[in-house]
Design a protein around this ligand. Structure first.
Ligand code: CMC
Length: 430
């Protein structure tokens, strides 16, 4: 196979085999070891997938060393400046930017699918009022498959499309309903005159007793946040959606698995954890104490919003959100003590050898919470907003997976190091 291959030699047996080396558009070469077990009878061991490409994809690319993020080849900075969330959704789903008529048609479809079945209200009423909105989201997204079972033929391209549209359109309505339910206010219907981000803010904050005007600055900030969260290649929740979907589970069920994976504080739950941490720090003078805690290996505390599996440079999304958080705070309240703590925390950490050596930079979640706070999104809704933005990425990745003619069910192997074969011992003899 020459240059385009790697050779694996088993030093114990002397057996040696060549495997093709694949060259992606960007990023390191990939050793194709799919036949490793059949040829050599061995598995690879890579918990956390630190060196494993789990799929081929044309959707998103990250260069973690350089801090680059591309959606379908377009830089995140350019999309953040020039595009809007629905256009980015179209791009992720279809692979190309839409022409004007394509955009209008797509935006119209998403707008007209935003209402949810009235039966959802009684479903929602079964949850405790004090339930975390993410707990409600896991249930409600999965339950869509019970309400919209007319589009569950996963190999039917029309059904694939309509399910994706329904999820993207209805996720904001479900998210706002989860919030309204938790505070005991009536649930708002979407308003088709409003844009995607505006509509969510309307459903979150309108009350029957008072007219509510969506602040265009808030809508713009939210739209940017949604763009920045729209996809991030094979992260934990996206890989969960792909894996769940690989069993041919319907997209609503797969998306619900994704919501569960996103909820964790090491992933999408970090935005909520950052704000809690900043509030706990409380004052710039307490920062060194928290930095010491984060560095202490006997303490499980980590600086939330810092570090990333892929980025070993500044997360480009964090740069954009940092700027947005400053702009919006300047244009609204004028200051937020938490922003001051965050800026100082970043400054101190970025000069500390522990963070420098490990290449731990602020990630997307470090400044997003401050921005959410500035646009009045309650803390327990932060991860819900991340879910709304990521839904399109999950759907684009799910479609790519299900449309792949070479798709197989995701089924990792393991390195078993449990007990060897044993004989059952009756209870009175143990
Ligand atoms: N604070 C202190 N130390 C850290 C941190 C942190 N936030 N992150 C990593 N480290 C240390 C870690 O202890 C380890 O040190 P050592 O080499 O001495 O054992 C080293 O840095 C490498 O860390 P790791 O845990 O092996 O890295 P990972 O790629 O497995 O984890 C991460 C990535 C994001 C889970 C982790 O950095 C983390 O827990 N960060 C805080 C949570 C967070 O902000 N998550 C949001 C991620 S971005 C949004 C998203 O994708 O959802």
């Amino acid at each position: 196979m020459g240059k385009e291959s790697i050779t694996i030699t088993n030093n114990a047996t002397g057996a040696s085999e060549e495997f093709p080396l694949l060259h992606p558009t960007h990023g390191p070469s990939v050793a194709d070891i799919r036949t490793l077990y059949s040829k050599m009878g061995i598995f690879t061991y890579d918990p956390g997938f630190k060196s494993t490409a789990s799929c081929k994809s044309k959707i998103t690319f990250i260069d973690g060393e350089k801090g680059i993020l591309l959606y379908r080849g377009y830089g995140i900075e350019e999309l953040a400046e020039k595009s809007n969330y629905l256009e980015v959704c179209y791009l992720l789903l279809h692979g190309e930017l839409p022409a004007k008529e394509e955009y209008d048609k797509f935006a119209g479809i998403i707008t007209r699918h935003s209402m949810v079945h009235e039966g959802f209200k009684s479903f929602l009423a079964g949850f405790r009022r004090d339930a975390h909105p993410m707990a409600i989201m896991v249930g409600m997204v999965g339950a869509l498959s019970a309400f919209y079972h007319d589009s569950l033929e996963i190999h039917n391209p029309k059904h694939q499309e309509i399910s994706a549209h329904r999820l993207i359109a209805k996720i904001t309505t479900i998210a706002a309903a989860a919030y309204k339910y938790s505070i005991g206010q009536p649930i708002n219907y979407p308003d088709n005159k409003l844009g995607y981000a505006e509509n969510f803010l309307h459903m979150m904050f309108s009350v029957p007793a008072e007219k509510y005007e969506v602040d265009p600055l808030h809508a713009k900030a939210l739209d940017l946040i949604l763009i920045l969260h729209a996809d991030h290649e094979q992260n934990a929740s996206t890989s969960t959606v792909r894996l769940a979907g690989s069993s041919e589970a319907n997209p609503f069920a797969a998306a619900s698995a994704g919501v569960g994976a996103l909820w964790g504080p090491a992933h999408g739950g970090a935005n909520e954890a950052v704000l809690t941490m900043l509030e706990e720090i409380g004052d710039v003078k307490n920062i060194p104490k928290f930095i010491d805690k984060a560095k202490n290996k006997d303490d499980s505390f980590r600086l939330m919003g810092f570090g990333h599996r892929v980025y070993k440079n500044y997360d480009p999304r964090a740069k954009l959100i940092k700027k947005m958080s400053r702009d919006i705070i300047e244009k609204t309240d004028g200051n937020d003590p938490l922003l001051e703590i965050a800026l100082r925390l970043e400054e101190i950490a970025m000069k500390d050898d522990y963070f420098v050596e490990r290449k731990l930079f602020p990630n997307v979640d470090f400044y997003s919470g401050i921005t959410y706070k500035a646009i009045r999104i309650p803390v327990n809704m932060f991860t819900v907003v991340f879910t709304m933005g990521r839904m399109v990425g999950w759907m684009a990745q799910w479609a790519e997976m299900i449309q792949d003619p070479k798709r197989v069910i995701g089924r990792p192997r393991q390195l078993y190091d449990g007990a060897a074969t044993r004989s059952y011992i009756p209870m009175d003899k143990r």
